[in-house]
Design a protein around this ligand. Sequence first.
Ligand code: PLP
Length: 427
Amino acid sequence: MTIETLVENPYIQAESGSEVSVPFDQAEFDANVMGTYGRFPIALDRGKGCRVWDTEGREYLDFVAGIATCTLGHAHPAMIEAVTRQIQKLHHVSNLYYIPEQGELAKWLIEHSCADRVFFCNSGAEANESAIKLARKYAHTVLDIEKPVILTAKASFHGRTLATITATGQSKYQKNFDPLVPGFHYVPYNDIKAVENAIADLDEGNQRVAAILLEALQGEGGVRPGELDYFLRLRKICDDTGILLMLDEVQVGMGRTGKYWGYENLGIEPDIFSSAKGLAGGIPIGAMLCKQFCDIFEPGEHASTFGGNPFVCAVALSVGQTLEQEDILQNVQQRGEQLRKRLRAIAVQYPELVAEVRGWGLINGMELAAETELTSIDFVKAAIAEGLLLVPAGPKVIRFVPPLIVSAEEIEQAAQVVERVMAASAS
Ligand SMILES: *Cc1c(COP(=O)(O)O)cnc(C)c1O
């Protein structure tokens, strides 16, 4: 099969799928798949650009993008080309051998970030887990700390493995999974005094703070951007003390904020950072990147069977190159401004419903007013009924994370749906 025949696939060419219906049995699905997710009652079947169609043939504008993951939207020609080319050549071997595609992707990442070295894995949680392991080894072998503590923020989100739910400063993700992993301590986000106090308080006996792990913008915890002054002062503290500054870029990295990495909005460079969601545009991948001075893992100390296989690396490289060639970061900045302006105008119209609109680039949140009974989940349900996919970020924040290729018309269309749902909610 050639790439051309794939691109001509009728499923991905469909502009309106109203006549297409695919059998889907929800009861059977629920009987077979674990109930770990609270799913919206639609089943998605195909997509193109910023649009997806469900099994009934209904069309949706996709402002979720697989939760900030489908960087280039659905069925992008560059991804189809990379997937097709690489699957025909070699898709998986093992890190027993050199993988040229992995080297090329690492080179691209290093050229487009502050990092000097990359480790590849398969998900955001694993990338953070890698960073946590690296920080602990650094604490033991370089900082000479017997009981290292990692500071993380309240309302953060770092993943679902045991170490990353522990790092996550939200008890709802930890409940019933204790005993948690020792060595974590939480501080309020954007509060430098709290960090200074924690560093002082935790310095006793053979225990000390070894690393600070934060999101550049808290995504899941409510789309809360990091403050410039806070991060500048954090960087200074870490420089003065040797504490590692680690950023979780899983949601905001790879162009989502209008810059390649979230930290570029904060005037600092981290020592270690993680990436995953948007890195390969929706093909599973994770990466932990670091500066040369903390590249201290030795052979056998950390590994991943699938990590950095030829297939995912070829796709991620095509996503990165497409971001560059098509000047997509500029689109992210312009479309982001357009969206915030439109949402802020709606907020002014409905002050009893909307408290604030905030975000960077194409990760934006609309926080509902504390007084209203309207919740983010109610709002998202109403938007889905109007043909717009959105995702909550906590009980009161609605998150807008469309593909980075979203057009001005699509932003306007989404804003009109938000307006309609607001009007209905106000009445
Ligand atoms: C989604 C997310 C994770 C977890 O990523 P997975 O791929 O689901 O393991 C970690 N950190 C942040 C900031 C995220 O948004």
